[in-house]
Design a binder for this molecule. Structure first.
Ligand code: ATP
Ligand code: MG
Length: 332
């Protein structure tokens, strides 16, 4: 039995909570998964440095923030410094040509999104990579999320189950107008921060020097190494928190009037600034303070999301069995 599950047992005395721990233990990223991603990152960095001598490649996203599954892709950020302003598309085109000559890379293609990415696979494996250029906010927020992930034992299983639930119900795909994983994570953190008896604080408020938004990017991974676990008096079980999360967004949260701010650990009033105006869901990026949920721009998708919270809340509240909303065996 992994050590983490021993102390987690304190929050898993009921059936629903036990099922959540079981799903978490079965799906969470393993050390061997991370090692494989890290080996690939190091090799890619070496090959990229033949073209961009001082480039640095960072693993970001769920691979690094403690919230990854065995099946999670690996997000990469290439940091190119210097006074030359790099055009991401141009750099990615150069990398695409380079990658096509590398024996351990396959299926390279460029995605021209708001943040352009090069998507590729490690040859012969199902490991997928998304590489961006100089989107350094992703490095900063990865280490912020990582600090939240380890601030309380309940955070990681809670978020993993929410991600699985959202994916199963087809509301976890920003490219299809629903919620990105990053948005879902911020929604869970916000719920845990705003309980009457909070499970999480605002780490940016309590440790501003660790999350200084202009800190040199090389220092970012060092920043949060010494943050102690948060001591909460809230002893709710995982199942109670999961039902509470669904209920909060099904009935309490005012989508038309409130902005989720993990930075301030509260809901902010929605102003008429262009960031929030006419947006169905407003979730503040903790560093850049823009809306991470802007992909939800169709009313029909917004309604589908709200309906899913309400339906799952109703069913789970009655049955207290994770299988009633998520086929646990099929997912494990
Ligand atoms: P999954 O396990 O589903 O891959 P993930 O945690 O990697 O989830 P993604 O939504 O794929 O989440 O995003 C990957 C990373 O990219 C995030 O952890 C975050 O660092 C960064 N990111 C994603 N969306 C934004 C955004 N709108 N603004 C800033 N950073 C973002
Ligand atoms: Mg990812």
């Amino acid at each position: 039995v992994p050590e983490s599950s021993n102390s987690l047992q304190a929050y898993a005395k009921d059936k629903l909570s036990g099922q959540m721990v079981e799903l978490f233990e079965a799906c969470q990223q393993q050390t061997s998964d991370l090692d494989r991603k890290e080996r690939c990152r190091a090799r890619l960095q070496q090959d990229i440095q033949r073209v961009y001598a001082v480039a640095r490649l960072y693993l970001t996203g769920s691979s690094m923030n403690g919230l990854g599954c065995r099946s999670s892709d690996a997000d990469l950020c290439l940091v190119l410094k210097g006074n030359k302003r790099h055009d991401p598309i141009q750099v990615l085109s150069v990398l695409q040509r380079l990658f096509r000559s590398l024996s351990y890379v396959e299926r390279t293609h460029l995605i021209r999104a708001k943040v352009p990415i090069l998507r590729f696979r490690e040859r012969g494996s199902d490991l997928e990579f998304d590489l961006n250029i100089n989107n350094t906010v992703g490095i900063r927020n990865t280490f912020l999320l990582r600090s939240y992930a380890y601030a309380d034992l309940r955070v990681r299983p809670m978020i993993l189950v929410v991600k699985k639930w959202a994916r199963h119900n087809q509301i976890n795909d920003a490219s299809k107008g629903t919620l990105s994983s990053y948005t879902l994570v911020l929604m869970v953190l916000h719920y845990l921060q705003t309980l009457n008896d909070p499970v999480l604080p605002s780490l940016q408020r309590d440790y501003p020097e660790c999350f200084n938004p202009v800190m040199d990017i090389d220092m970012v991974p060092e920043g949060p190494k010494h943050i102690p676990p948060y001591v909460s008096t809230n002893q709710s079980s995982l199942g109670e928190l999961f039902i509470g999360f669904l209920k909060y967004y099904a009935t309490d949260f005012r989508w038309d009037k409130q902005v989720i701010s993990v930075r301030e650990a509260r809901a902010l009033p929605k102003t008429s600034s262009h960031e929030w105006r006419n947006k169905y869901i407003c979730v503040e990026e903790p560093f850049e303070r823009n809306n991470v949920a802007r992909a939800v721009h169709e009313k029909i998708k917004f309604n589908a999301i709200k309906t899913q919270f309400a339906e799952s809340c109703r069913i789970l509240h009655g049955r207290k069995d994770l299988n009633s909303i998520l086929p646990v065996r099929a997912i494990i």
